[in-house]
Design a protein around this ligand. Structure first.
Ligand code: NAP
Ligand code: ZN
Ligand code: ZN
Length: 352
């Protein structure tokens, strides 16, 4: 049994409870571990889905947070990638089996035994659940810890660890680049990163939003055109015109109206994970040999590649900084689509 350290955190004790201060146990670093003092943590809509048990399977207490950046404060005896004082980041996974065919290919997110999520996963070391980034520190095996580009604003880097990689990975997988016209649906944390990254990859990007208030921003983020998705006339302009659609919507919506935007052989990749199933009409797919796909975060090497890409292209998230005691209010605003475009918690507010 490993030795433990009492650690301050913020989390939920039940699906209908407000997040509040609580204490958790972290292991002290074992040979390949680093301990990171968390400086900033992004607020992903998945944190809300999980805290409120919308995907079922949440074990309480639940400490969300998987967009973590901070500073290395302790290293285990065998750590060679990091030293005390280095900046470091942790995303959505802290471990995987490391032996299955997917892990060997760098697709740890699709590990046959299931990856160990940064929160609400069985903790292999302590037998409890893993606890995420809404806490003062975290202990992670160095193989699952990322390097942070030094030229970017650290707080605005945090959202890259989930929103960045979750959009970068499918854009790469579907070979998005020059000559491709793509749609991004839902301009929240993920969607706004998708626009920035797809533009940097050289694609033509059309934004589909339910919020007229986001039109100007969509252009500023780099979109070539913006469509109000509730307006059928505006939607008709892009019928059968897109090579690819990335759907980052967090709630129920009509997926068919986006499938119909695809050209022959076009693909729609769903990254948004609404609580309830989305009905798909056969004739949204059949007539143009369209594909309806999904994608989950990205592997560790790919996450590092994405961070380096963002460093080279000066890409960070547009953030609104909050203190930890504003998290419940931030969740309510997320539900209203009222965030431009990612809340990031200043974790110094937990240490006060
Ligand atoms: P977010 O910041 O809350 O953004 C979601 C956006 O969806 C909103 O800004 C809004 O955009 C649109 N939207 C919300 N409710 C809607 C409704 N009822 N009808 C139509 N559009 C609506 O959320 P996020 O953090 O980007 O996450 C988005 C989703 O991706 C969540 O379900 C999250 O759990 C999931 N996710 C999946 C992965 C993965 O690996 N696949 C990783 C991270 C997150 P507009 O105002 O522009 O319409
Ligand atoms: Zn996330
Ligand atoms: Zn595996």
């Amino acid at each position: 049994m490993e030795s433990l350290k009492l650690t301050k955190a913020f989390g939920a004790q039940a699906a209908d409870a407000r997040l509040d201060l609580l204490n958790i146990q972290r292991r002290n670093p074992i040979p390949h571990d680093v301990e990171i003092e968390i400086l900033y943590c992004g607020v992903c809509h998945s944190d809300l889905h999980t805290a409120r048990n919308e995907w079922h399977g949440t074990v309480y207490p639940c400490v969300p947070g998987h967009e973590i950046v901070g500073k290395i404060v302790r290293v285990g005896s065998h750590v060679n990638k990091f030293k005390i004082g280095d900046l470091a980041a942790v995303g959505c996974m802290v471990d995987s089996c490391r032996e299955c065919e997917y892990c060997k290919e760098g697709l740890e997110q699709y590990c046959e035994l299931g990856n160990t999520g940064t929160y609400n996963s069985p903790d292999k070391h302590l037998g409890t659940r893993t606890y995420g980034g809404y806490s003062e520190s975290i202990v992670v095996d160095e193989s699952f810890v990322l390097r942070v580009p030094e030229n970017l604003d650290l707080a605005a880097v945090a959202p890259l660890l989930c929103a960045g990689i979750t959009t970068y990975s499918p854009l790469k997988h579907w070979n998005i680049g020059p000559g491709k016209r793509i749609g991004v649906v839902g301009i929240g944390g993920l969607g706004h990163m998708a626009v920035k990254i797809a533009k940097a990859m050289g694609a033509e990007v059309i934004v589909f939003t339910t919020s007229a208030s986001k039109f100007e921003d969509a252009r500023r983020l780099g979109a070539d055109d913006v469509v109000l998705s509730t307006d059928n006339e505006q939607m008709a302009k892009y019928a059968s015109k897109l090579h690819f659609v990335l759907d980052a919507v967090s709630a129920a919506h009509d997926i068919n109206s986006y499938l119909r935007l695809l050209r022959v052989d076009g693909s729609l990749a769903l990254v948004g994970a609404p609580e309830h199933p989305l009905p798909v009409a056969a004739f949204s797919l059949i007539p143009s040999r369209r594909s309806f796909a999904g994608s989950m975060i990205g592997g560790i090497a790919e996450t590092q590649e994405m961070l380096d890409f963002c460093g080279a292209h000066q890409i960070v998230a547009d953030i609104e900084m909050i203190d930890i005691d504003q998290i419940n209010e931030a969740y309510e605003r997320l539900l209203k689509g009222d965030v431009k475009y990612r809340f990031v918690i200043d974790m110094a507010s937990l240490r006060k």
